[in-house]
Design a protein around this ligand. Sequence first.
Ligand SMILES: NC(=O)C1=CN([C@@H]2O[C@H](COP(=O)(O)OP(=O)(O)OC[C@H]3O[C@@H](n4cnc5c(N)ncnc54)[C@H](O)[C@@H]3O)[C@@H](O)[C@H]2O)[C@@H](O)CC1
Ligand SMILES: [K+]
Length: 489
Amino acid sequence: MQKILAGNQVKDLDSQHLKLCGQESHELMEAAAHSFVNWFVDQNFSLNSPVLIAVGGGNNGGDGLAIARLLTEKSFSVSILQCFESIDKLSPDGLLNYNNLPKSIDLISFENWEFPEDSILIDAFLGVGLKGELRPVAKKYITRLNEYDGKVISIDIPSGLPSDDIVSNTAIKADFTVSFEFPKLSLILPEHGEFVGELVVLKIGVVNAAYNGIDSSLYYLEAQDIPPLHKSFSRFSYKGDMGKVLLMGGSPGKMGALILCAKSALRTGSGLVTCHMEDSERFIIQTAVPEAMASWGLIPNPEFYDSVGIGPGWGTENRERLFRQFLQDFKKPIVIDADGLNLLARYRDLVPLLPKSSILTPHIGEFTRLVGAAGNHPERLEKAKAFALENQLILVLKGANTVVSLPDGRQVVNSSGTKYMATGGSGDVLTGMITSYLGMGYTPENAALCGVYHHGLAGEIASRTKRRSMVASDIIEAIPATYLHLNIS
Ligand SMILES: NC(=O)C1=CN([C@@H]2O[C@H](COP(=O)(O)OP(=O)(O)OC[C@H]3O[C@@H](n4cnc5c(N)ncnc54)[C@H](O)[C@@H]3O)[C@@H](O)[C@H]2O)[C@@H](O)CC1
Ligand SMILES: [K+]
């Protein structure tokens, strides 16, 4: 998995990389510019759209100058909005790229900035080198750039956003942020949604070894990480090998959550799914999910099951005794969601009874009830890390970038998913998927990571045709396509 570094570690990373592979720093800048331009060309923007590049004095501006040259070579019409004081204030690599600009490119000083209709504005003003409070002149540039209401693409990070903290002043509001190597922490904070827009992360060829020795407990989970986490099954596998899963949940009026969870576990690959619910509701399950079995009353033989998911649609009234009893009888890691989490928040003495490495999947509201309130997302992530470490649990904090906190202190940021997944039942689908992997014999860490990634990917695939019409069942129907997409048998 790719390490996510803090902004002030990027310089160390660069120098490690340059030392290890004998590259010059301007060559790395050139690689960054090339990967950006390849992405840009793939977007099929019209060659008739003027490209305006806001360029600052540091290496973020240097990227912008290199991009200006490369886009001109691709026949785009490019102008540069000057956000630096004078040429002699450019960084060495910035100056080199300035001197290599084609003659056709105009450098436009602030007083003469204009934004023709249909322009594409590329923001290469400030990157991870921003230090302290924005200077007034920078604020003036950003405010003016934000007046443009057409397409805006930020390079590495929207100018004005600190790389690892909450913005205190102002920042560019981008439609896309194209970040290099890894997303800076600030780009995954919900507080920064209006600045970051769609997040794109591009590799620029920094060698893996350059990351060794640079300390970080934060990682980024991407498509290439997933196949090695999966188990393979043989020709001789039978339905018992694919996991015997028990899902406890549902209540009158909330059986949909259990149905979605069960369908999702089955589509993920579970061999046998049993739903445990109130006697009165069992016909609903038997009708809606004919592949699942129903159970009610006492759970006679909990150890029969390979994995258990508790909570979707369960309600919290009169559940404590069954939950407590179950935790006494079942010693393998379990998955807890929704009302299971609300019960843990209400009866805190249940938390130490949870089997080690159990997986908790709260959204922010459930997290706040269980772990406590946080002033902002960085603070929330710190609390998540401490909670996972202290209780030796896996905590999956759901959101636009779900973060999985592991019992050893590592935290993994998921890259898959789309805004269209913010729909009722999406979380029940995730619970079904993680429980399913756990039942197939995956380690709890791999079950959580595969569940989170495939869930997001299924959402992305479904949203290609469904957009805002997407419902949770569409995510379930797209699970098979995630296996095809990642070439998993
Ligand atoms: N390994 C990587 O990821 C690479 C990063 N590169 C780019 O280099 C960038 C980092 O470059 P730098 O370290 O030169 O830094 P930046 O270009 O991000 O920022 C430095 C500039 O910001 C100004 N500045 C700093 N604090 C300010 C404040 N409070 N108010 C107003 N202005 C302020 C400085 O005067 C300077 O002009 C990255 O964001 C990325 O775009 C690429 O060139 C290639 C390699
Ligand atoms: K920028």
